[in-house]
Design a protein around this ligand. Sequence first.
Ligand code: ADP
Length: 483
Amino acid sequence: MNIVQAAGEGVPFCKTGGLADVAGALTKELARRKHNVIFVLPLYQQIDRAAHKLSPTGVVLTVRVGRATHEVPVWEKKGQYGARTYFLESPHYFDRKGLYGETPGTAFPDNDQRYIFYAKGILELCKVFDFKPDIFHGHDWQAGLIPAYVKTVYQRDPFFADAGTAFTIHNMAYQGLFPSSTFSVTGLPSTEYSPAGIEFFGQVNFLKAGLIYSDALNTVSPNYANEIQNDWNYGYGLEGVINFRRDRFRGITNGIDQDIWNPRTDPHIASHFDETRLAKKALCKADLQHAAGWKPDDKTPLVAFIGRLDAQKGIDFLIQLVPRLAKKRAQVVLLGSGDASYQEQLSELHRDFPESVFYESAFAEAFSHKIYAGADVFLMPSKFEPCGLSQMISMRYGTVPVVTPTGGLMDTVPTGTGFMSKSNSYGDYVDAVFMAMNEWTKKRAWQTRQKRIMKMDFSWGPSVQHYLDMYKDAIRWRKGSHA
Ligand code: ADP
């Protein structure tokens, strides 16, 4: 199958969250199965051309955004199993600090233009490289316009006549909402500015475009699929649209890249280990304690959090819980950037409890590996969670997650693996954390649990098959729409 992957970020080139892990891993896994797959990314300032050995293709695309015409050099990188990643160069749009905004959680004022440019650039790229897609697979709002263009502007273009479109929602809370004036910049036919199209209560909604125009759609776990279809608390106003398209909608649980997240080979950790060599995990814990400025100490439980500092991640619970853990002589390591007030509050906890709380306000890939490997317990008190990768990564490293019963956490943390609180309340979450801490003191029971979670299969295998099934359905539905 000829497959085009489109997402605003992708491992190993650029990342702000799980979307990058998924887009990167899926590209690789599809190529591993001998599909002809290309992934297209904006050439952000953050992508180190020399380190990743990108090369210019010599091709220059012409892309129109509103009245402006852009000449766009295309760069490329051959990846594992022959997957190719192409990069659209535009200093005007992408040579900036930050992917979507100057700092995490903020947005550039011209994000509408930036991702109109991106979507149109991908379609032009296919034509110029004579890459005739069987399927376009777009992820999240940044890629939402692709199916809209395929179904309108390019509807009569024989080059894309058989191209099916699939779309994946990684988070309903981020929709790419812009003022109505954005509509004229998209270049879509005026009929599409309606509640049945891209319009959303007087605004332009890129995520909605993905939901309305794609042939098949999914989100990243069955439980979240259920939540966003039925409950306005999760659907962020788009639950009706999902419901309307429910016969084309499914949940497919994410995997993790088990080559990157592998305690047997991870280059970032102090000692390699697995379920048969758990004693070696202690060396990773000592290394993490050293990084936090503490002495090695295996008698103290080490609790960790890694994630975006956004209300979604339950940071309010962490802020209440961390001092209690510190007073109970547990150590806490926190890594995350985002909301400035959360950053300040976590820094304050670090200052108040220097012996037991360490907080790093950064996006730090290598340090995140050290934390997954060195911690005993991983906190994930999410308010909602489309799938969540951190709980799966931590389990792979024998670090026991404590999660709230929501979204993909319910699909990926079955009984007897991590700890799940009885409800989303703070009180129940604290109970679950202390239950975990209590079991940690019983070495045998703890190790049995660690061995169990380390043997769990989070590989992409089954999910890739589900995506291929979705692509086949999308192509069939696309063909059916011509009949
Ligand atoms: P989300 O996509 O909502 O941010 P996920 O759990 O799906 O959450 O994925 C988060 C990914 O981003 C994981 O790979 C996690 O390790 C990584 N991550 C989050 N914050 C940081 C950080 N500050 N430094 C390094 N990695 C981070």
